[in-house]
Design a protein around this ligand. Structure first.
Ligand SMILES: [Zn+2]
Ligand SMILES: [Zn+2]
Ligand SMILES: [Zn+2]
Length: 462
């Protein structure tokens, strides 16, 4: 292994797509957002120069492969590698990588990492990955423009790949700020029935950190990185995961796909409270194990076996109620509650529980208010998808014309979800009920950080 090879293998792992042809494969570049030659000729000419000036000579020298590129009107960029591919195939196979399909979707890089003996080799390998999968889009920021990120984006379900990449980044002082795992507990926290949670992984590193310790080879990426850094007022530094605080998690629903066969076995059938909880279950050396154990011992405060919040048309919501006997078999009492009254409770204490049965069991007012906002936006005809506008704006606008507006609330006889309706739309809000939910938590026999949540039954609530 040398630095040139490390870079090329990084490129191939990050962007490589192998088809049936014996003598050609492609490297997909993540430049769709930058557009084609027609949309952004200046940037496009930079990208093509980068390919011809940096990538092509390396491929010829190391593997005797010739390189050209193709660009589509949609903005898709591919590097085409042609020639005798025997040597590169055998290198990849040496690292346990099969030259089939889109590599980054199911690749392991542990064996490569063993050969990256010094920081230079690591940096070059990561540069290859970064040129293909790292996004420098300025929308990848934390909170404000002032905290810009480089975001490594991985599709598929390679939890092991993501964990190894995180480890590799740690080893060159590019401490990831956050990992977004491709799991319903992170992509779909509120609605346990929503199936479109498969949105990929993101590993985010502060751009300042990446500028210091990492690298890009593509000038186009270097330029866009420095443009983003200009948006920051001061430099941001990150700390290794194990020294950072772990924020209190928000409540997540128990999602119907937690046992999906797409998830690797270590992850499948688990419920995850925090992105670092996944690291702990995967045995990552940088996981804050003590703090994760602390969270797990109070997991009942952070889970909900019911929806946290589900929004929809009356038809969609009544379908869910019909399909779930524990919701459908309830006796509901109907209340009409003024929105102004609910808002008053919310303004006084955003953590208040309404229709509470004791001091910890009841319906969180903040979720109730999100539901009311959605329903008000629907009445105003302002629903963009299922996302209403900002809460105070929507409520103010709606109440300005309907000062005494009420929402219809169906209150169940047990602590199953509350049903809120206005006009043609409804929402379900699940209760906090930690004493009951604690009984549903089942620790895994072979991993002290992994647990699952058993389905809730009517008896549990009586
Ligand atoms: Zn080796
Ligand atoms: Zn990790
Ligand atoms: Zn880590």
């Amino acid at each position: 292994m040398d630095t040139d090879k490390a870079y090329l293998i990084g490129l191939v792992v990050g962007g490589g797509i192998w088809g049936n042809a014996e003598d050609v494969f492609r490297i997909r570049l993540p430049y769709r957002q930058w557009g084609s030659f027609e949309e952004d000729p200046q940037r496009a000419s930079l990208i093509s120069k980068d390919i011809l000036k940096h990538v092509s000579p390396l491929f010829r020298a190391v593997y005797g492969v010739s390189v050209s590129y193709e660009t589509k009107k949609s903005g898709e960029w591919n590097i085409l590698c042609e020639g005798d591919l025997t040597e590169i195939r055998s290198d990849l196979e040496h690292y346990g990588i099969k030259c089939e399909g889109e590599l980054r979707k199911n690749v392991e890089i542990d064996k490569i990492a063993l050969d990256l003996l010094d920081d230079n080799l690591k940096r070059r390998f990561i540069a290859g990955l970064a040129d293909t999968i790292a996004s420098t889009n300025s929308t990848h920021r934390r909170f404000t423009n002032d905290k810009q990120m480089v975001s490594f984006e991985v599709s598929g379900f390679g939890f092991g790949f993501v964990c190894s990449l995180c480890k590799l980044l740690h080893s060159i002082n590019c401490f990831p700020d956050q990992i977004l795992w491709n799991h319903p507990n992170f992509h779909c926290k509120s609605n346990p029935f929503y199936k479109k949670w498969k949105k990929g992984f993101k590993i985010r590193v502060y751009i300042d950190q990446y500028d210091k310790f990492g690298s890009f080879t593509f000038t186009s990426k270097v330029n866009s990185m420095s443009q983003n850094m200009d948006l920051e007022a001061k430099e941001n530094t990150a700390m290794p995961c194990e020294y950072r605080t772990v924020d209190r998690p928000t409540v997540s629903c128990v999602h119907c796909d937690e046992n999906s066969s797409l998830l690797p076995e270590t992850i499948r059938n688990g419920h995850y409270l925090h992105n670092k909880h996944v690291c702990a279950v995967m045995g990552c050396e940088h996981a804050p194990y003590t703090r994760i154990s602390g969270l797990i011992s109070n997991a009942e405060d952070y889970i909900n076996p019911f929806p946290v919040l589900v929004k929809g048309t009356n038809i969609e919501i009544s379908k869910i109620i019909k399909e779930n006997p524990i919701f459908g078999d309830r006796v509901y009492s109907k209340r009409l509650v003024r929105i102004s009254e609910l808002n008053e409770i919310y303004q006084k204490n955003k953590n208040e529980l309404v229709f509470a049965v004791d001091e910890v069991a009841g319906y969180p007012i903040n979720q109730v208010m999100k539901a009311v906002t959605f329903l008000s936006a629907a009445e105003l005809g302002q629903l963009g998808g299922k996302r209403p506008g900002k809460m105070p704006d929507v409520l103010d606008e709606y109440q300005a014309n309907n000062p005494s507006a009420s929402v219809e609330i169906m209150l169940p006889d047990l602590l199953t979800p509350l049903i809120l309706s206005m006009g043609g739309y409804s929402a379900l809000v699940g209760a906090s009920n930690p004493k009951v939910y604690k009984k549903l938590i089942l620790m895994s026999p072979d991993n002290p950080y992994k647990f699952s949540v058993m389905p809730i039954k009517e008896e549990d609530l009586r």
